[in-house]
Design a protein around this ligand. Structure first.
Ligand SMILES: Nc1nc2c(c(=O)[nH]1)N[C@H]1C(S)=C(S)[C@@H](COP(=O)(O)O)O[C@H]1N2
Ligand SMILES: [Mo]
Length: 246
């Protein structure tokens, strides 16, 4: 009988076929890998900066990998310069009057993307936890040790929202579950995600990116060129402030 590597031809063929079948099956059942071009963080306890797979249409920026936040372990601390520091559960925040708006998020790295955001206005939180008279703004502290400052004036702007939902679903970990800020007239870095603490302050502070890079602490969108991901990054001139033309 003909043998290959000391085994019969038939049994050799069976082994080769079994191996091929297992390989093909393994390929198709890999959890989102290769086929769906998953990002580095898929299937891990962390999320971080990614532009792969579904995030090609809306990039994800995280300063440091963030350990995914579980709703039941999370509460929002509101403190600093106020009479009574308080904490809120996600459920409590979801009972505040909500608003929904469509707005574009524009990063200083040039790209932008649009979504529908649902959340509450900062004035609702101020009613529950009033700041002291000397307060001029807040510092947001995030789960990835990111911080960002916004003035009370910017927070009380009608287009600024504290957001819990994106495109009709709870925020994903990537986009800042369970709570983020959306300030459409400021660059992305002024839109902190995965917020864990809100601190009332009386002096403006540099946020994480303004400390590291040449980014203004104010962060208002300047006139220039935008490369929207939903328009194949085709350059568009923008006049500055919120992008409302497309
Ligand atoms: N906690 C946290 N929030 C953050 C950042 C970050 O690094 N950490 N990056 C900011 C920047 S630079 C941008 S452009 C936007 C991007 O939002 P997205 O990841 O939902 O697209 O998030 C902002 N919020
Ligand atoms: Mo950004």
């Amino acid at each position: 009988m003909r043998t290959f590597f000391g085994i019969s031809r038939r049994s050799f063929l069976v082994r080769v076929l079994t191996f091929c079948a297992a390989f093909v099956q393994g390929w198709w059942t890999r959890p989102g890998a290769a086929r769906a071009e998953a990002d580095y963080f898929t299937g891990t306890d962390f999320v971080g900066k990614t532009r792969a797979g579904p995030f090609k249409q809306f990039y994800i920026n995280y300063w440091k990998p963030l350990r995914r936040i579980k709703a039941e372990d999370w509460s929002l601390a509101v403190g600093g310069l106020c009479e009574n520091s308080q904490t809120f559960t996600l459920d409590q925040l979801k009972h505040l009057p909500t608003r929904t708006q469509i707005s574009r998020l524009k990063c200083v790295e040039c790209w932008s993307a649009k979504a529908e955001w649902t959340g509450f206005h900062f004035s609702e939180l101020m009613k529950l936890c009033p700041p002291k008279p000397e307060v001029t703004g807040v510092v947001f502290h995030c789960g990835d040790v990111y911080t960002e400052h916004l003035s009370l004036e910017d927070l009380n702007h009608p287009r600024t929202l504290l957001v819990t939902e994106m495109d009709g679903a709870p925020l994903s970990d990537e986009h800042g579950f369970p709570l983020r800020v959306i300030v459409p007239f400021k660059y992305g870095y002024k839109n902190p995600k995965a917020i864990i603490k809100i601190e009332y302050v009386s002096e403006s502070q540099y946020g994480t990116w303004s400390k590291i890079g040449p980014y203004s602490p104010d962060g208002t969108i300047l006139p220039g060129t935008d490369h929207p991901l939903d328009f194949s990054k085709t350059p568009r001139r923008i006049p500055g402030a919120e992008i409302t033309d497309y």
